[in-house]
Design a protein around this ligand. Structure first.
Ligand code: GCB
Length: 582
């Protein structure tokens, strides 16, 4: 799926701004042809939750309405017009002037509907019926208590909802370029480019132009496969982005449609328990993140995105994981430009029906997650949507197709095996597939690490286990890492999450848990272990910043494992990481 941009043949209208919003009364009937009665005004993009003042509304689970009235310019009326949503969480139905346009399930990927010419007027009303219900079919996966209209999340972040990313109308000609995959091969002093272009057109006369970062035309050709000499590589923290301009002509050689896709040349290989980017071993230094910011909730904001990348670079990080769902397209475009390495995650979270940290090492047969949940169809869909959206990003080097599923319960392999296979088939680059592992799925019990390319461990020794006892924590972490290596000596291991809740400003000369000193000691002792093993290829600390969660006895006004506070002030550990990662 292409990101909407202005080109010679295309125009984009942004409908962001203030929208009408309504949580209906029970059984309230909404007239699709009229404006919503007594709406609340809500900013888009943004979660609605922190823009309302009543707790009941903030925590509401169910259906609610968004509405926007807008005028449409006559100048674009002869074009094919598409209404596109960056994301609406978690599912929605869309109406234009009372006419149903379609629906989308899933809160973190874009979707679009062609606007029927008959329905579009000069003044229009878009209505969206959004649902933030999560259940055993959805991802994230949660227990839905129907009679209480409540969810019990098996995951650790607030169920922020609403229109989280921009809503746009874009135009294309009626014959148009539908999709572009920039496939290439890097040889010694040249790169061979073999674009795959999907057209919806009665013509197929294509021309390609490759432009460098200074907009010099490197090549212009109508060949299906072509080479460029001495390509500049896209490297971690040294981004180099080329543009591939695809021009579609009609039979009279008149330009019909044109689209410019950004891409970069880089190679990835996982072998001998290492990962190589452009043939050089790569070590992941960085963060598990969230899309989370005060007031915006999960709403896309390019200023926050820009500042987060600056802070990550300030700390000398080189990589991140989009825990626990696909981030905005704007974020991914920034990752490319900043040269960040991204492990790109689908919302495959909550796939453990008794989310806990039971390490008694028993195979759980009763109340088994894989017998209860019903998300595998939807799971394939989100993988398909993510790869279709992000295939051309050089920053993306891996797909995380789940986070902490119940890998120790019977049926995990049966659930994930087809998904891993499908992910590889859909991605022409066959990027590494990972599924960050939960501690319960120990080397003795786990069914799914045999399927992945990199063993990603989310480990909290010294926090949930061996709380406050870093000496024991080191022993337990070492033992476990060695067991994994013994099982899979060829596979690299990465510590994909580790961290300690830390309240900014809490201090202790004894380095007690929750203080900034403890967070520093915690990381130092984890690094002592990590640094012993050459087959460990990276460390992603949890989390980049403090973030909002559902109320929980373990959470003090949200998850406080941030290296930065929620408003992005550095805790003591930030300065330590900056030194280590230098
Ligand atoms: C985890 C989860 C993450 C939580 C984190 C924590 O293992 O993957 O979503 O936020 O632990 O802080 O407990």
């Amino acid at each position: 799926m292409l990101f909407p941009i202005n080109t010679k043949s295309r125009a984009v209208i942004d409908l962001s701004g203030i929208w009408n919003f309504l949580i209906p009364e029970e059984n309230q009937i909404i007239d699709l042809y009229k404006l919503l009665p007594n709406p609340t005004l809500i900013g888009v993009p943004g979660s609605y939750n922190d823009q309302v003042t009543e707790k009941k509304q903030r925590d509401y689970i169910g259906d609610f309405w968004y509405e926007k009235e807008f005028d449409f310019p006559d100048v674009l009326r002869s074009e094919r017009l598409v209404l596109r949503f960056g994301s609406v969480t978690n599912s929605c139905k869309v109406y234009l002037n009372g006419t149903y346009l379609g629906e989308h399930v899933g809160g973190y990927t874009p979707f679009e509907f062609v606007l029927p010419n008959k329905v579009l007027k000069s003044t229009n009303i878009i209505k969206i019926l959004v649902s933030n219900e999560l259940n055993f079919k959805t991802l994230p996966n949660a227990v839905f208590l129907e009679n209480q209209k409540k969810i019990i999340p098996n995951f650790d972040f607030f169920n922020y909802s609403g229109i989280h990313r921009p809503v746009k109308i874009y135009s294309t000609p009626t014959d148009f370029i539908e999709d572009i995959i920039v496939k290439y091969e890097i040889l010694k002093n040249e790169a061979i480019i073999k674009p795959t272009v999907r057209l919806n057109s009665s013509f197929d006369n294509l021309e390609y132009e490759v432009l460098d970062e200074d907009n010099n035309v490197v090549i212009k050709t109508d060949k299906k496969e072509f080479k460029i000499d001495n390509p500049k590589l896209w490297n971690p923290l040294k981004s180099y982005m080329y543009k591939l301009k695809v021009n579609l002509y009609n039979d009279k050689k008149v330009l019909v449609d044109t689209y410019t896709e950004l891409f970069g040349f880089r190679s990835i290989e996982v072998r001998n328990n290492q990962i190589y980017i452009n043939d050089k071993p790569f070590y992941f230094k960085g963060y598990g993140k969230h899309e989370d910011f005060p007031i915006l909730g999960r709403g896309m904001n390019e200023t926050v995105i820009s500042s987060d990348f600056k802070l990550m670079k300030w700390s000398n990080a080189n990589s991140l994981r989009t825990a626990h769902y696909p981030y905005s397209e704007e974020f991914m475009r920034m990752a490319d430009r900043e040269g960040f390495i991204v492990i790109n995650e689908v919302p495959g979270v909550g796939l453990f029906n008794k989310f806990d940290f039971d390490v008694s090492n028993k195979k759980e047969e009763k109340n088994n997650t894989w017998d209860i949940i019903d998300s595998s169809n939807y799971h394939s869909e989100v993988i398909r949507e993510l790869i279709s959206r992000d295939k051309n990003h050089p920053s993306v080097i891996s797909w995380a197709i789940g986070n902490e599923p119940a890998g120790h319960q019977i049926g995990a392999k049966k659930y994930f095996e087809p998904l891993v296979k499908m992910t590889k088939e859909l991605d022409w680059e066959k990027r590494a597939v990972v599924i960050p592992n939960i501690i319960n799925a120990s080397p003795e019990l786990d069914e799914i690490n045999e399927l992945v390319d990199i063993i990603c461990l989310n480990r909290y020794y010294g926090w949930y286990l061996d709380h406050g006892d870093l000496e024991q924590a080191k022993i337990h972490l070492s033992n476990e890492i060695e067991k994994w290596h013994e099982l899979y000596p060829e596979k690299p291991i990465m510590i994909s999450e580790f961290g300690a809740d830390t309240i900014n400003g809490f201090k202790s000369i004894y380095s007690n848990p929750f203080t900034e000193e403890y967070q520093v000691e915690y990381y130092k002792s984890n690094f002592e272990v990590i640094d012993k093993y050459p087959y460990i290829i990276g460390e992603h600390v949890w989390n980049f910043a403090d973030f909002e969660t559902h109320p929980n006895v373990r959470r003090v006004d949200g998850n406080k494992k941030g290296i930065f506070t929620r408003d992005r002030k550095p805790k003591m550990i930030a300065h330590y990481l900056k030194q280590r990662w230098k």
